[in-house]
Design a protein around this ligand. Structure first.
Ligand code: 5RP
Length: 245
C-alpha cells in the first residue's frame, strides 16, 4: 500500500499531517469490473434465458443479477460449475444448456479484446463451455476493464487450449509444431475432465488460420480464440463505460 502524507494548516495555523491512502491497483480494477457488470444488467429483460459467464467480472454480474428485481424472472445457463454454484447461491435458477432452444443474452468476461473485437478467453479454463454457450446466444455481451484491450491477441496472454488427457504429451508436440511454445497448466482439470495447454505463438500469425490448425489436431477440444460473430463489448476505464460493437 502507498501512503502519502498531506501537510495542511488548520484554522489556528497549526501544521496538520493527514495520511492519504492511495487505492490499491487491484481495487481499482475490481471497481471497473463492477462498473461494467452493473451496465450489463440493462441488456437483460424479464423472461430471458441468460448465459452466465465465468471469471471475476462475470461473477460480479451474477451477483448483481441476483440482487436485482429480475432475479426470479430469468433463468440462467452457466458456463462453469463455479458460475452455476454462485448463481444458485445468489438465488438464480439455472438450467442445463440442452433444456433451452436458445439463450437470449450471454454476459461474459474476457482476457483480451482486439480492435476488431476478436476475443481471447479461457484464463479460468472454462473456454469450451463458454464457447458452447456463446454459440447458442442471440446476444453476446462481453464485459471488461480497459486493461484487456490489446492491439493483437495473445500479445500478453497465451492462448488457452483445452486438451484431452489421452495422448496429451503428443498433442502438446503437435501444437508446438505449428509455431507455438506450449505448457500444460499445472494441477488443473477442467469441468469436462480435460487439461489446459497455454500456447504462446512464436511469431505473428493469422488468427483464423491458427485456430483452424489447432482444431485439426486430434485431442484438441477447443481453443480460447473467440473470433468474429456479433457482439457488444462494454469497457470500463473507471470513469465511464464505453460500448463497442
Ligand atoms: C474464464 C474466462 C474469463 O472470462 C476470463 O479469464 C476473464 O476473467 P476475469 O473477469 O476474472 O478477468 O474466459 O475461462
Amino acid at each position: 500500500m502507498i501512503v502519502t502524507l498531506l501537510f495542511w494548516n488548520d484554522a489556528d495555523h497549526r501544521n496538520l499531517i493527514i495520511p492519504l491512502e492511495h487505492p490499491n491497483p487491484e481495487d481499482i480494477i475490481m471497481d471497473k469490473k463492477e462498473q461494467v457488470a452493473k451496465e450489463a444488467l440493462s441488456f437483460i429483460v424479464q423472461g430471458n434465458v441468460v448465459g452466465l459467464g465465468s471469471g471475476t467480472t462475470a461473477s460480479q454480474f451474477i451477483k448483481i443479477l441476483g440482487k436485482s428485481g429480475l432475479k426470479d424472472k430469468i433463468v440462467g445457463v452457466a458456463t462453469s460449475l463455479n458460475s452455476d454454484k454462485l448463481a444458485r447461491e445468489v438465488g438464480l435458477r439455472t438450467v442445463d444448456i440442452d433444456s433451452v432452444d436458445w439463450i437470449d443474452v450471454t454476459v461474459d468476461g474476457a482476457d483480451e479484446v482486439d480492435k476488431d473485437l476478436n476475443i481471447l478467453k479461457g484464463g479460468g479454463g472454462h473456454l469450451t463451455r463458454e464457447k458452447k454457450v456463446r454459440n447458442k446466444s442471440k446476444n453476446y455481451v462481453i464485459i471488461v476493464s480497459d486493461e484487456k484491450i490489446v492491439t493483437r491477441l495473445a500479445e500478453k496472454f497465451p492462448i488457452p487450449v483445452e486438451v484431452l488427457p489421452f495422448g496429451h504429451k503428443t498433442t502438446l508436440k503437435e501444437l508446438e509444431s505449428i509455431g507455438m511454445s506450449c505448457k500444460f497448466r499445472e494441477d488443473f482439470i477442467t469441468d469436462n475432465g480435460n487439461m489446459i495447454c497455454d500456447c504462446k505463438p512464436l511469431e505473428k500469425f493469422d488468427l483464423q488460420n491458427l485456430h483452424f490448425r489447432m482444431k485439426e489436431i486430434a485431442g484438441v477440444v477447443e481453443t480460447g480464440l473467440f473470433l468474429g460473430g456479433e457482439k457488444t463489448v462494454l469497457v470500463s476505464n473507471g470513469e465511464k463505460v464505453e460500448v463497442l460493437k
